[in-house]
Design a binder for this molecule. Structure first.
Ligand code: SAM
Length: 230
């Protein structure tokens, strides 16, 4: 039987849920004594049992902590340029399913969008939480407020997706240090941005000979990693 999975603020002997998570359980028509899975979004997962439920509040008992779905051997950060419309919602959903540890939004030279409101950022974080629930991850990546590209710092390896280079991610990626992946906006990275990134040690990688849309490139890059089996 596929158990219902809910995110809790913290794993504890007894846990209380309110708001949309409690509502979700009542919509699922669960009742006292039903088994569930709970996760805290920071890597901990457990079997639990529903003690009480109404449409506003649920109480759960922790039965047994268990290992969560494995994460990538090193954290992978997606640094993605702000995109027009609702395209980031799809990027955040797919990137969460594909295992990123965090998502850093970037303001870049050719971006049409230069800021994101607090409500939109909160919605992107809710989408990440929902996607981690669906994809059976115990970790929910944080979607971090936008920073200018020059302010991005990284530890370990950084790869910038760019149509006009020849190197492949698969030939360079290793799991000895954290990984940062950068993808540009609809108008691409400027020449000056590419030069600055390469001068700081990032490596350009290509995703085939076609120009991908700005919302496709992050998924293709992360898919290339997922296809190695991590
Ligand atoms: N006219 C833009 C240019 O010349 O760079 C195209 C930008 S593309 C729509 C948006 C982003 O997707 C790029 O900045 C890059 O990060 C990524 N991208 C698109 N196609 C790619 C490819 N074939 N290889 C690597 N990255 C690609």
């Amino acid at each position: 039987m596929r158990l219902t999975r809910v995110r809790v603020p913290e794993l504890a002997a007894e846990m209380t849920l309110s708001g949309s998570e409690a509502h979700h359980l009542s919509v699922m028509r669960l009742g006292a004594g039903d088994p569930l899975l709970v996760f805290d979004g920071r890597g901990r997962e457990a079997r639990a049992e529903l003690l009480t439920l109404d449409s506003l509040r649920a109480t759960l008992r922790l039965v047994e902590e268990m290992p969560g779905t494995p994460e990538t051997p090193q954290p992978v950060t997606l640094a993605v340029a702000l995109l027009k419309g609702d395209k980031l919602a799809d990027v955040v959903r797919a990137a969460t399913e594909l295992g990123v540890a965090s998502i850093q939004l970037l303001v870049t030279a050719h971006a049409d969008v230069r800021d994101i409101g607090a409500n939109k950022l909160a919605r992107l974080n809710r989408i990440a939480a929902e996607a981690s629930k669906q994809s059976r991850r115990a970790v929910t990546p944080a979607v971090l407020p936008p920073i200018p590209l020059p302010a991005l710092s990284w530890e370990g390896q950084a790869y910038v997706a760019h149509p006009y280079v020849h190197d492949l991610l698969a030939d360079q990626l290793h799991w000895e240090s954290p990984v940062t992946l950068l993808t540009g906006p609809e108008g691409g990275f400027s020449e000056a941005e590419m030069e600055a990134l390469l001068a700081r040690g990032a490596r350009g990688v290509v995703l085939g000979p076609r120009i991908l849309r700005a919302e496709t490139a992050p998924v293709a890059l992360l898919g290339a990693i997922a296809a190695t089996g991590v």
